[in-house]
Design a protein around this ligand. Sequence first.
Ligand code: ZN
Length: 478
Amino acid sequence: MAETKITKRSEDYSRWYTDVIAAAELADYAPVKGCMIIRPNGYAIWEKMQQALDGMFKETGHQNAYFPLFIPESFLQKEAEHVEGFAPEVALVTHAGGAKLEEPLVIRPTSETIIWNSYRNWIQSYRDLPLLINQWCNVVRWEMRTRLFLRTTEFLWQEGHTAHASYEDAEEETLRMLGIYRRFAEEYMAMPVIEGRKTEKEKFAGADHTYSIEAMMGDGKALQSGTSHHLAQNFAKAFDVTFQTEKGTREYVYATSWGLSARMIGALIMAHGDDNGIVIPPRLATIQVAVVPIFRKPEERERVMQAVEKFTAPFKAAGIGFKIDDRDQHSPGWKFNEWEKRGIPLRIEVGPKDLEKNQVMLARRDNREKTPASQDGLEQTVRRMLETIQSSMYERAREFREKHSHRVDDYSKFNEMLDGEGGFLWSHWCGSGECEERVKDETKATIRNIPTGAETEEGKCIKCGAPSGRRVIFARAY
Ligand SMILES: [Zn+2]
């Protein structure tokens, strides 16, 4: 196995990021530029993410389905904004089976069009609504500048597509799913996020409006971590999907769509990683605990392993994912390093000296603290410690975000801060797309969102000085 040295995070953030991925064996570059290979350690995190989200989708009445990868090109043309937004990123299949196709096929960049084409047949009456469907799949968006997990030409995600009888019902669904994304980010990823509405310029192509959750990464940049779109009747009109109302009239159906992708693995790395590698929050770790027995002689090995078998016996029933690393070819020190690089939340070290005291050493990955613990009832101690790790990871990320969030009212200060420590700049904005665009051109900062529930406050636009009623979040983003 090749050793990967991790560049210091403070030295070169972007190299640190790719080194962490290599060291933890999360992903590889693919032969086709912009594509990636997700290795077992990376895929295990994605599976945990899927389980958590899928559970929440089903609790709220959604069902999974699957629609085809290929979409007739004409489908994309039916919604004007949608085709304009996605055209530059679309990959087309023009030849197949040794012949030119009559109509080129789009490799799905997202599935609104093909799904709403089916909904025309599935929805006749108000009794068919709401229709709550999700799909887990891959999509393709041709990208020029790519980065493992964060921006790749093909990526894994889930996309929900729901149909409703009224604008209000669709709005409620849009916000419900945004709330689920927020819960997922906070409770599973230990990553605080800010919910809010995207500006007109930043909304999804074809949506009435878009909401997002935005998280802060370890370098102060923002990462959009999930989006939920209210599509109004745009796709129903494009695909002629109407329903009979209770009153007997016919109306176009209202739609939502919402998605979260495997870029969350990149978010996880950047929100929690340190100079020793990735740190996986316990709730997303398949292996939560690595047990490293320490021994030199065969006689010690036997005694230590006996104790390990005994104290780990109740782990499975206690819901603890663990791995006993009894490989003889590696030293304990090598193993400690190995499990740290892989971001395993907790390590149990146990040697002959610990046996004399009926104890083990617990080594936390998040803050690297070591504490002794009794072997009796260890499953309870470990469970509690995993919960502590989960909550302190969240707390640490929240403190970091607070420390790097500032209310800024002066444009030169605004520029200075972006070039310095970065972070979230809460500034006033008049609401004009022109100001938004100019700020973006001049500073590379975008409006991440207009936070929901933020207090109203009289102020002046950071760019033009026109009156503004509230602050929005500006940041440079991935
Ligand atoms: Zn302005």
